[in-house]
Design a protein around this ligand. Sequence first.
Ligand code: PEP
Ligand code: MG
Length: 582
Amino acid sequence: MTFAVHGLAVARGIAIGRAVLVASSRVDVAHYFIQPEETEAELARLQASRAFVAEELQRLQQDMPKDAPGELAALLDVHLMLLQDEALTAGVAQWIHERHYNAEWALTTQLEAISRQFDEMEDEYLRERKADLEQVVERVLRHLKGAAQPVAAPPPRAPRQQDLLLDDTLDVPLVLVAHDLSPADMLQFKKSVFAGFVTDVGGKTSHTAIVARSMDIPAVVGARSASHLVRQDDWVIIDGDAGVMIVDPSPIILAEYGFKQRQGELERGRLARLKNTPAVTLDGQKVELLANIEQPTDTRAALAVGALGVGLFRSEFLFMGRQGKLPDEEEQYRAYRDAVEGMHGLPVTIRTVDVGADKPLDDRRDSAHLNPALGLRAIRWSLAEPAMFLNQLRAILRAAAHGQVHLLIPMLAHAGEIRQTLELIDKAREQLDRRGQAHGPVRIGAMIEVPAAALSLRLFLRHFDFLSIGTNDLIQYTLAIDRADESVAHLFDPLHPAVLQLVAATIAECDAQGKGISVCGEMAGDPAMTRLLLGLGLRSFSMHPSQILAVKQEILRADAGKLAPWAQAVLDSDEPAELLGG
Ligand code: PEP
Ligand code: MG
């Protein structure tokens, strides 16, 4: 039966395909596709972990003190039985054989399938065995994780589709449905071929949504119970424009969305022709369109759409999902150098590490702190870990010997933080000089993403060569709305008068002092905001490559001179959204 699940639209377009459910687990689980020829080795890896856990459970039984309650021994029996359970073993093997999931992914997928059966059981005792099964699977996952090789990069292809139910065609598009995906998970999936994404949680500017947008595939987040309503292999449609997932669509609905999908492709084809057209308004104002990237390889996508440089390299993606082992100076240097060389002489703005809040170092969210977004995040963490920060600064300065590099600092608010940061940059330079290692000049900029920074521009302009407005955090912190929380997503409003005042004042002050100013938050990549930002005087926009051509199209149609008085009226309004069509 056809039904729809509503969420937040985060990345445009229509995807039609089969659902791949990624089960959530309390253990961080790597998800990747194995090569068909690796199937036997993967099954053997799984078997070894199961054997280890069986031995572990038997040992626990043997070592149990004589006076231990009898239920404990019985429980271990149940765990051993579940470990050998045919439904688990055969199911997991099937996911590995037929879908080429890695062992961990296959295990959590099958756990989810069996859990649903448990949930539907009448018998309370049996229903409660679900928790035991979860514990057993966790033991196996922990062993797999401990014994695992470093996570192999998934091959750049979709898994072979040997469809079990209806379809005999190969290469059916796959759509990923999950309760939640960490930004690190998303990065893994970026290397695979999924046609779309849906998650139960997340806001429009959560980092998971941002990575989904960078993949340029339809995505919906905050779809509440999507992962419970959809089953493995269900046919689904993702409408990334409307923020809707349609499950089990009827032939008429499929035909309608198939048509929409083709229309979208035609539109993309039209936009692609703008790649080499300079971004100049009707009245001759030149606009700089830059790319936001997460990895050095993203420079290819940036050049493919004619970006004039990288306006934001989110370096933290090099640090995430590594089980605490941070990249050393050498590894970082190579990554930054690759990005610089990848841009062939165009400038690359490298932002120092911004972990914390919804970008935890490890896959799991930081639940230890009540307010991680207000905690030890971004520059605060860097200043608390000076050795780590100096590693990064030296790596960036060394990469600057290979091309134009701008150094961007996130989340600054205090004069003391600015002073310490600049001192550490000097120190990193001195260290390189002492080592006799080559490094290059950098322009140093600050992100304006905390209201306190936007309200103390004089301080920032005294110390920095340029500023870049991070609207995602500026909105979050101005309006006290968690950007990753779908339950307050309707209040995350780029057009709130307070936000607009801060953005407008920052642009105006930089212009007045002749300092470079750019916007690198998601607002810069939203074509619905382009005219307003132009009217406020912005001439440098940084966004995911997938947005650049649509924004350029808006610029080519705009008359910046005429937009200025209109933008002023928007600023003066109590309800700016009402004027935005005008
Ligand atoms: C922002 O806050 O707008 C920004 C660009 O940084 P991030 O989204 O990585 O926090
Ligand atoms: Mg930010």
